[in-house]
Design a binder for this molecule. Structure first.
Ligand code: ATP
Ligand code: ZN
Length: 300
């Protein structure tokens, strides 16, 4: 690997090496058209299709790699980014969320023993809360003017109440099964999290800045495509307005004349599900030849 702070003309993006976010992050970059040569140490992967290289690291290292200028972008949970932004080291670049990816969703929540009633933050006064997120929890407690003892644990936070090292916990929850297995109950959500693209607030003033913008635009396209459909149909011009209103949000439809017919062909990219009900409603409103197609790429 080259020295981090030396001027680089290739963009570097960090993702989780293995874990919950590893596969979705690799998949997203592949959909953006990035291909990488696997290196033997599997930490640094050279980008073959574009001057964009990949670093495979622990998710916790991603915000600081960006803050130190070693990487230009990263894919990381909002929980990790927010925690480390609150605890950021002075003199490093501020790292911000550039785009939310709608995967790896979870919540950072305070969970209490199942037999404890929770009526509000004041009830936590003087208690011991185990967490791996001391900065986020500390900020939440300060905001609610509660003084509680934060017990920092790097992992296995959920067993702290059973072991008697804390009264309750503040940890990541998705299905809630881990809480139930440990006789805990989610009491209050302090952060809604999902995977995000993180990067320095300021765009590098060289080719890397252009590459960063290009990649972010491709990522936007991939996100839009996930939920997009191309709807095509025929209708009399007089019915087009009514039919258009039945389509989920999307771009302005294109209308094309059909040779030898009074009717027009309508095509529209729609963001959101198109159900059988949608199609039946449009048919009743005068549409025919209805076709719904998946969209493969969008570049707006
Ligand atoms: P690493 O070895 O990279 O440090 P890790 O053990 O910290 O891995 P994972 O368990 O793979 O991390 O979780 C990565 C991210 O996935 C979390 O930071 C969070 O944003 C998200 N996530 C989604 N659901 C959950 C969940 N139920 N528990 C923990 N994290 C979750
Ligand atoms: Zn981690």
């Amino acid at each position: 690997m080259t020295t981090p702070n030396k001027a680089r003309d290739r963009l570097r993006i960090a993702i989780q090496k293995s874990g919950r976010m590893a596969d979705v992050s690799q998949d997203l970059l592949a959909r953006c058209g990035l291909k990488f040569r696997q290196s033997r140490d599997k930490l640094f992967c050279f980008g073959e299709s574009m001057p964009i290289d990949l670093l495979l690291v622990r998710d916790d290292d991603i915000p600081s790699l960006i803050a130190q200028g070693v990487c230009d972008l990263g894919i990381v949970g909002r929980n990790v980014l927010a925690e480390q932004s609150l605890a950021a080291v002075e003199g490093t670049l501020p790292v911000v969320e550039l785009c939310a990816l709608d995967n790896s969703r979870c919540r950072l929540s305070i969970a209490v023993p199942q037999d404890m009633d929770y009526n509000g933050p004041h009830q936590l006064q003087g208690l011991r809360i185990a967490t791996s997120y001391p900065a986020l929890l500390g900020a939440w407690l300060a905001e609610h003017k509660v003084e509680a003892k934060i017990v920092f644990l790097a992992g296995s936070v959920e067993i702290a109440p059973k072991l008697g090292t804390a009264d309750l916990i503040c940890d990541l929850v998705s299905s809630g099964a881990t809480l139930v297995a440990n006789q805990l109950r989610e009491a209050v959500v302090i952060l809604e999290s999902e995977a995000v693209v993180a990067g320095p607030q300021t765009v590098p003033p060289d080719e890397r800045g252009d590459l960063r913008e290009l990649l972010l635009r491709r990522i936007d396209g991939v996100i839009q495509v996930r939920e997009s459909k191309l709807v095509m149909l025929h209708a009399a011009r007089a019915n087009v307005d009514a039919i258009r209103k039945m389509l989920p949000n999307g771009q302005m439809p294109t209308l094309l004349p059909i040779e030898g017919s009074e009717q027009v062909a309508l095509q529209a990219v729609c963001y959101g599900a198109i159900t059988w009900q949608h199609l039946e409603d449009m048919k009743r409103a005068g549409a025919s030849q209805l076709l719904v197609l998946p969209v493969e790429k969008i570049l707006a």
